[in-house]
Design a protein around this ligand. Structure first.
Ligand SMILES: NC(=O)C1=CN([C@@H]2O[C@H](COP(=O)(O)OP(=O)(O)OC[C@H]3O[C@@H](n4cnc5c(N)ncnc54)[C@H](O)[C@@H]3O)[C@@H](O)[C@H]2O)[C@@H](O)CC1
Ligand SMILES: Nc1ncnc2c1ncn2[C@@H]1O[C@H](COP(=O)(O)OP(=O)(O)O)[C@@H](O)[C@H]1O
Ligand SMILES: [K+]
Length: 478
């Protein structure tokens, strides 16, 4: 599991470690890791550190100190290093001395130095940043972001909110971020994540609590969670998932949800609704039923909502079942909050930002700007697990650590791919995974399937469903 911790926790771990180490040792660890990464970015193997122009953007805190010490190390290897000091009198004194002793200099012409640089280190602010960047810092951030240089953010891109991934004002756009001790939430959650570029973690020996503030499944976790039939399995023991989706107007949503469900590990898929012909045409293995969901036969989990139109009865009927229910798309609009809260079996909601905004009475843009607070709020208000879709997919449940999906591609932003996801997650629920595991495992496979299917080009939702098998193989092979 990849984990991320908020600033308060990082600070506490740093204090604890600093008390046991000689003064400045931690910063030296950070700077050594940072310099090594920078040397690599400059193309170490071809001796490109020597003679490279490097600019350090130096704020008045320890983040600037890291940049100065790393700059000193690069200067010792022959790089031409210039430091742009935001507040010369408050720049990290030891770091500045080290830089000057190594042959670096203080920039007197920041614009020219930035324009000439091959590598820029953003040491404006780290975890001590408060609010959007101040105007002088913002000006430097813009110059760096617009330059031709490779921009490396120190610990995190200056200007982003470390704990939430929000970006409320000007911020640095980095090509890579070298972060210390642990990931911070902003390195995993958009919009900040996009500004971080490729993230490298430098181990500085922090000891962090067992419970993270944010976590992301990795291949090995997914491999362990995926249900694999044993010798004695049969289709019923593997779990049956019911799909209540589609309408005369949107039969395709039913087909796509079933397509996802068939690849999700359940032993059988029941379909209930007016799109049975379309479903059977494409997937003859589906068990179809024309009456209400409650009369369709036993299932271990329901998916309700994709392409459902205004069929509130079907939603009510499904919500009355005493098995896990996934609610998506139209179902989200039709499911009363009080009904969801009153359910004793688990519920999983899978809104995109627009749907989440409607449920929260907020703007879509506001949800996209602050996904982490939004998904937490929604989970609390429904007393349910919520998977918030989009450029960063998040999964929250009351009392649980929020999960962030590490796979995915923006090629998934194609009509119907969410229907595939809901079928896939429903299938994993039926196979016995809890709501958080089912949602996060489904998002992982779905994202990987999208990447495998897209291979850098456009895809349709059916391609995503087709890609799930390959994703499953890849996840379990590792
Ligand atoms: N504490 C430790 O043991 C370690 C800290 N490290 C580094 O230290 C950083 C944290 O250092 P600090 O606590 O000194 O804090 P920062 O250096 O992140 O930021 C604090 C400084 O930035 C200025 N500032 C704050 N908000 C600003 C804004 N919106 N616009 C412009 N300037 C702003 C403040 O005036 C203050 O001087 C970490 O991110 C990491 O880079 C590393 O060296 C590893 C060890
Ligand atoms: N910019 C993006 N980057 C990565 N994934 C995205 C992006 N936009 C959408 N997605 C993913 O694509 C899927 C779209 O689902 P949804 O919005 O429900 O579409 P539909 O209703 O057409 O099926 C979700 O899994 C979502 O996370
Ligand atoms: K920074």
């Amino acid at each position: 599991m990849r984990t991320a911790f908020v600033v308060e926790t990082v600070r506490a771990a740093e204090r604890e470690l600093m008390a046991r180490l000689p003064e400045g040792a931690l910063m030296q660890r950070a700077a050594a890791g940072l310099a090594a990464a920078c040397a690599e970015f400059l193309g170490q193997s071809r001796g490109k550190v020597y003679g490279s122009r490097v600019v350090l953007l130096v704020g008045s805190g320890d983040n600037g100190g890291d940049a100065l010490y790393a700059g000193a190390r690069l200067a010792r290897r022959g790089a031409g290093v210039a430091a742009v000091l935001l507040a010369p009198e408050r720049a990290h004194a030891g770091g500045l001395r080290a830089l000057l002793a190594a042959g670096g200099r203080v920039s007197t012409a920041p614009e020219r130095d930035i324009a000439d640089a091959r590598l820029i280190l953003d040491g404006i602010v780290g975890i001590g940043g408060k609010g959007g960047l101040r105007p002088d810092a913002a000006r430097l951030a813009a110059l760096a972001s617009d330059s031709r240089a490779f921009v490396v953010a120190v610990d995190l891109p200056s200007g982003v909110e470390a704990d939430t991934g929000e970006v409320r004002g000007p911020a640095v756009r980095a090509d890579a971020t070298v972060t210390f001790g642990t990931y911070k939430p902003c390195l995993l959650v958009d919009p900040a994540r996009e500004l971080a570029g490729a993230v490298r973690l430098v181990d500085i020996g922090l000891e962090l609590p067992a419970a993270a503030d944010l976590e992301a499944l990795q291949y090995a976790d997914v491999a362990e969670l995926l249900p694999v039939p044993g010798a004695e399995s049969d289709k019923y023991r593997r779990g049956v998932v019911g799909i209540a989706a589609g309408s005369a107007r949107y039969p395709g949503a039913a087909v796509l949800a079933v397509a996802g469900a068939l690849r999700g590990g359940a032993g059988a898929v029941r379909y209930v609704g007016p799109a049975a012909d379309a479903v059977i045409d494409r997937f003859p293995e589906t068990l179809v039923h024309a009456g209400p969901p409650s009369k369709a036969g036993r299932v271990q989990a329901w998916v309700v909502g994709p392409g459902l139109g205004d069929d509130a009865d079907r939603v009510r009927d499904v919500l009355a079942a005493d098995v896990p229910v996934l609610i998506d798309a139209d179902g989200l609009r039709l499911a009363a909050r009080a009904t969801v809260r009153a359910r004793t079996a688990p519920t999983l909601l899978t809104p995109h930002a627009g749907e989440a905004a409607a449920l929260l009475g907020a703007d879509r843009a506001e949800v996209e700007a602050s996904r982490l607070p939004a998904v937490r709020r929604l989970a609390e208000s429904y007393g349910a697990t919520v998977l918030l879709k989009g450029s960063t997919t998040l999964i929250a449940a009351p009392g649980r650590v929020v999960r962030v999906n590490p796979t995915g591609t923006s090629w998934l932003a194609t009509a119907g791919s969410g229907d595939v996801l809901s079928g896939l997650a429903g299938s994993l629920l039926a196979a016995g995974l809890d709501t958080v595991d089912a949602a996060s495992t489904a998002a992982f496979l779905h994202g990987l399937a999208g990447r495998l299917a897209a291979w850098g080009g456009p895809i349709g939702a059916q391609d995503v469903a087709e890609g799930v098998r390959g994703a499953w193989r890849e996840a379990t092979r590792a």
